[in-house]
Design a protein around this ligand. Sequence first.
Ligand code: RIB
Length: 309
Amino acid sequence: MPRILNIGSINLDEVFSVPHFIRPGETMTCRSYERFVGGKGNNQSTALGRAGAEIHHAGKIGQDGHFAVELLAKNGVDTSRVRTAEVPTGRALIQVDEQGQNCIILFGGANRAITREDVDSFLDGWGKGDAVLFQNEIASLSYAMEEARKKGLRIYFNPSPADELLADLPLDAVDCFILNEVEGAMLSGLEAGSAGSAGLSAPGASAEVDAMLAALRRRFPGAELLLTLGASGASHENPDGTRVSVPARRVKAVDTTAAGDTFTGYFIAARLRGESPQAAMEEATAAAAICVQKPGAAASIPFRTELAG
Ligand code: RIB
């Protein structure tokens, strides 16, 4: 089974449960407050580890983040490439509303202190036959993608969060995109909402999904595309146009934080094991459905043994 290196963020998440997302000028007392370990990189490495992949995490924390790395290691993740910076660990301030939806403010912290020299040391010893995973929460990402391409690694990219930094990345290096509707809209140039989860009855069957995948295909002719649409399921398309879709599972969400990360980690782990895109999406969907029924980020990601049944 190929091994995978995730060069990604580690955050400390501060989670405020609120009756509604705070409005301009409002002061609100939250219903509860908890701290969790998070960061899209950390969450996806945790999912890969809990799904049974050979996963190595590379990144940066501050002096306040060592316990987060210990937790990551307990999930079967090799953390020997996590370095310590002279700035605090990244932070996420997260509001979770009564429907389990979230909104997030990020402070990059040590994630944004990753240098080109760090990237060189992270990629040392990796090459053809290996895979690498990136999200959009670290510094030196453009350089890391170029170097990974030069070394012949298979590149998985979850372009999250979708922001202006995506425009500077060498995205033609990416072999497989795993992206939601907002990220898909940003990379395809279409409107967010055009493939919206509301109103889609059959997963992958809508004209909007067709339009988004077609626009992404024109821009990235050689890449695998995996579009996740929340309650409307997920659609995967190979470069030859072969498409498969899976429906979402209907569950009551408590907290959707890290659902996308769980899906991403589980999908990639299954693909590395040699599973088909359909089988990989089905397992990822089952894992994400468990994740949303628990509070927190990394803590809410299931172990593969929990998926049976
Ligand atoms: O995807 C969820 C994650 O986004 C949170 O854990 C938070 O840290 C932000 O990175």
